[in-house]
Structures are given as structure tokens and as C-alpha cells.
Write a protein that binds this ligand. Structure first.
Ligand SMILES: [Zn+2]
Length: 466
């Protein structure tokens, strides 16, 4: 049912309610639709008044729906009124109502009240990320950057992952300010992008560029550019960070992972200890490999082909030039079936080492172990994985090295599909980087929330002009 366009009298509401097929949920449906059609507030108010007069009681849910409508239309005084009513009637509100009120007030000239509410929420529960972000943006909009930063750190301390939207807001609201502390904060955000291998999207990149160029007296200049394959920036001639780890970095990383991730906890191990031990012995007797392949994953590359054909094609293509291959297979591949032909499997085993795990095994530990034990040159082919291991890579240096190693050594499914050859990894590292008087920031053309290992080719080059 479509909500009326004008406020109705009591009889008119009654009539409408009678004509509705399930009168007991009439108000609920009506309010939902008012939110959907963004009905005028006084129409909603007339229904509330009618309800108050006939029942004397308006339920929590209806009040919250009315609140949603007020927030949607930025009606500050109504938001405050509903809040007062809710407070008197229910004492404690749930997070949905708080989200609405804080969002509503933070967008108004009474934004400081949103902060008071945030404090109130903190007393009874952990505020949501939206609560924080509403308040941060409100503070930013009113040029209270110190306050915005405080809230931001509070949020991080609660392990909340900020949206790109709020990070971008920091750059937008700090434009033109000369404040060394604030500048440090924004550099911190850029380093946060670096550490978490986040690539800003185009509009975010634009905010970063404008902010740099607006810092009074610092003469930052930003240019959009493509980096050459050798890793040199055509704008400032700066050579980007090398994508290879040093010998020492590699040794540290592989020790840490084998100790903490593979042997440390079994949270990430879905196989039995016996099977993993058998695998270790198998690997140690055949080291080193040049490429480790997750056979099951590769077998799905071209969906219209037989799985063993996909794998065969991959093995054939990678087996050139005396490359030593290890394929991690599953036991079911050995049973002759429509997808796994025995003759093809046999032929493949002449070209590569195969380890067949139990059918249930889906275990990154196998792949990590074989690749890391093979040494710095060894690459691996699998789906985009290894996200879970981040948690056990507790310190940021190890995490950074791990990501860097992954960027340089993972032959992604996509690369595989398009070129079907191991692409030479970029010689430079695709990650936000700085030398102090230069910043190079890779960015994506489109906004995608989904995590992706596809590295962007476009860069923002920032340098100071003296
Ligand atoms: Zn440059």
C-alpha cells in the first residue's frame, strides 16, 4: 500500500486500516512504506497522533521506524524529540536506534550531541563502526581534526576496520591546513594502506592528491602516471622499491611462517599430523622445486574442459626449461573417472612430482611449506588465498614481508588464465611507498570492496618542488 500524500484524520486512518488485508500489521507496513517512499513527516506524524489517541501506546519498533524517516530527511528537532520519548519510555535503546540517532544528529548543526550519545552508547555496549564514523565525519566537517583523530584511534583500538570512505574523509577535511600533527596522522593513514596492501580507488586517490597539493608552503605536486616495467617513475625518475626480498628478509620470513603458521597452531591445518608428516618427508627428499601448484585449483581454470586436461595443460606449459614442478593433488584424482583420466594422470606424473593428499584436505600449509622450503626463487600457483594466516603473523614487519613475498611469488589464477605462462613478476613492489620527499601511490580505476590481488598499473606520483 502506498502511503497517503497528506496527513489524515482519525476516521480516514481507521478506514484505510480496515481496508488493509491484515490490519494487525497495518502500522508496521505503513511505516516501512513511508520510509521507502520518503513520505512527508507530517503524514507519519498524523498516524502517530492517531495511534496515541486510540491506543495510548506506540511501540518501540514504530518509533524507530518513524525515527528512520526523520533521519532520512534530516529533521533534527524531530530526531531529538523521538530520542527524548524513547529515553523516557524505554531507558535503554538497542544499537539500531542509536545508529540512527547518531547518524541523524552528526549530519546536523547539533552534531556535538552525537558525541554525547556516543559516550552514552559506550557505557552500555561497544559502539558500532558506523557510530564512530558518523562522529569522525561530523568532527571533520567542522574542522575539529584533533577530535576526529582521537575518535579514529579509539576505533582502531577496538579492532574496527575503517571504511575507505572515512579514510578519504580525513584527506578531504584536512585540505589547506598547516598542522604537523595532523600531517603525521594522514601519513599514518597512507602507511596503513601500505601495511594492509590496500589500493585506494580513483576518487580517494584524488582526495589524497588535492590534500598534498594544499599543504601550505610545502610545494607538493601530484601527477598521474604509469610505472615502466623496470620500476622507474616517468615523472620524477624515482626507482620504486624492489619486489624481491633480501636473503635475510626471506630467511626470517620463512622461519617465522614454518614455526608459527605451519607448526605453531593447528587452527589452519585441516589435515592429520600423520599426513602432514608424510608430506614433509616427501618434500624434504625432493627439494628444491621451482613451482608448486595446487592441482585441484588449477583443474578448474577452464570450466568447460575436463579437469585433468586443465591440469595437464598447466603442467605441460610450466614443465618447459627443466623447471621442477610439485603438484599438490587429491587422492580422488587417482581414481579413473570422467574428469580424471588414468592415462593423462600417468603422463603428467612423468613431468612433475605429485603428492596426493586425502580428499578432504584443503590445506594452505602444504603449499606454504613446499614453496618456502624450496627457497627464494620458488613460485606457487593457487587461488587467492592466505588471508587467514594474517592473524598469526602478528607483527607488522613480518606481515609486510609476507605480503611482499606473496605479491612476488604467487602466480594468480587470472594471470594463468590469460597468459597461461608464469608472468615475470614486476621487479618493483606494487604498494604505497615513500622516501620522505616523494610518495608513490598505486590506485584502482574502480571502486571494489572485494579484496583482490590484482595489482593496479596506475600510480599517483607526489613529489616536492623546491
Ligand atoms: Zn614519481
Amino acid at each position: 500500500i502506498q502511503p497517503p500524500e497528506k496527513p489524515l484524520q482519525a476516521e480516514e486512518w481507521n478506514r484505510l486500516r480496515e481496508s488493509f488485508k491484515s490490519p494487525e500489521i497495518f502500522e508496521e507496513v505503513m511505516f516501512n512504506n513511508m520510509v521507502r517512499y520518503n513520505s512527508p513527516i507530517d503524514v507519519a506524524k498524523s498516524l502517530l497522533t492517531h495511534l496515541a489517541k486510540s491506543n495510548g501506546d506506540i511501540g518501540y519498533n514504530l518509533l524507530v521506524k518513524y525515527l528512520a524517516l526523520c533521519v532520512q530527511q534530516g529533521k533534527t528537532s524531530e530526531i531529538r524529540d523521538v530520542y527524548d520519548i524513547l529515553k523516557i519510555r524505554f531507558k535503554i535503546l538497542e544499537s539500531g536506534a542509536y545508529n540512527l540517532i547518531i547518524r541523524g544528529l552528526s549530519n546536523s548543526d547539533q552534531w556535538r550531541m552525537a558525541l554525547t550519545l556516543l559516550e552514552e552508547v559506550k557505557k552500555i555496549m561497544i559502539p558500532s563502526r558506523t557510530n564512530y564514523e558518523s562522529c569522525i565525519k561530523a568532527a571533520g566537517r567542522h574542522q575539529e581534526m584533533t577530535l576526529a583523530c582521537e575518535l579514529y584511534h579509539e576505533m582502531l583500538a577496538k579492532d574496527m576496520v575503517p571504511t575507505l570512505d572515512v579514510l578519504q574523509a580525513f584527506f578531504d577535511y584536512s585540505r589547506g591546513m598547516k598542522d604537523p600533527e595532523l600531517q603525521k596522522e594522514l601519513f599514518g593513514i597512507l602507511l596503513y594502506l601500505r601495511e594492509n596492501q590496500i589500493y585506494p580507488h580513483k576518487t580517494f586517490m584524488w582526495s589524497i592528491k588535492l590534500w598534498f597539493e594544499s599543504i601550505p608552503g610545502e610545494n607538493w605536486r601530484g601527477h598521474l602516471t604509469n610505472i615502466t616495467d623496470s620500476g622507474q617513475c616517468p615523472v620524477c625518475n624515482h626507482q620504486l622499491e624492489d619486489s624481491e626480498l633480501t636473503e635475510e628478509e626471506y630467511n626470517n620470513l620463512s622461519e617465522r611462517i614454518i614455526r608459527d603458521v605451519i607448526h605453531g597452531t593447528d587452527t589452519f591445518r585441516k589435515t592429520s599430523p600423520q599426513e602432514f608428516e608424510a608430506f614433509q618427508t616427501f618434500v624434504e627428499n625432493r627439494l628444491p622445486f621451482d613451482i608448486v601448484i595446487d592441482g585441484l585449483n588449477v583443474s578448474h581454470i577452464k570450466p568447460r574442459k575436463m579437469q585433468c586436461e586443465n591440469l595437464f595443460e598447466a603442467v605441460n606449459c610450466l614443465a618447459k626449461n627443466n623447471v621442477r614442478l610439485l603438484v599438490l593433488g587429491r587422492k580422488h584424482m587417482l581414481i579413473n573417472s570422467s574428469n580424471w583420466k588414468r592415462e593423462i594422470m600417468k603422463e603428467m606424473q612423468n613431468k612433475a612430482d605429485f603428492f596426493f593428499a586425502e580428499n578432504i584436505s584443503e590445506d594452505d600449509a602444504f603449499l606454504l611449506y613446499a614453496t618456502l622450503r624450496s627457497g627464494k626463487h620458488c613460485k606457487f600457483v593457487t587461488r587467492d588465498f592466505l588471508r587467514d594466516h594474517k592473524a598469526c603473523l602478528s607483527d607488522s614487519l613480518t606481515r609486510h614481508l609476507f605480503r611482499k613475498w606473496q605479491r612476488g611469488h604467487q602466480i594468480s589464477k587470472k594471470k594463468f588464465l590469460f597468459f597461461f605462462i608464469p608472468q615475470p613478476a614486476f621487479r618493483y613492489d606494487c604498494v604505497v611507498q615513500t622516501t620522505g620527499d616523494t610518495w608513490h601511490i598505486p590506485y584502482k580505476d574502480t571502486f571494489e570492496e572485494k579484496y583482490s590481488y590484482r595489482v593496479p598499473r596506475k600510480w599517483l606520483c607526489l613529489h616536492q618542488k623546491y
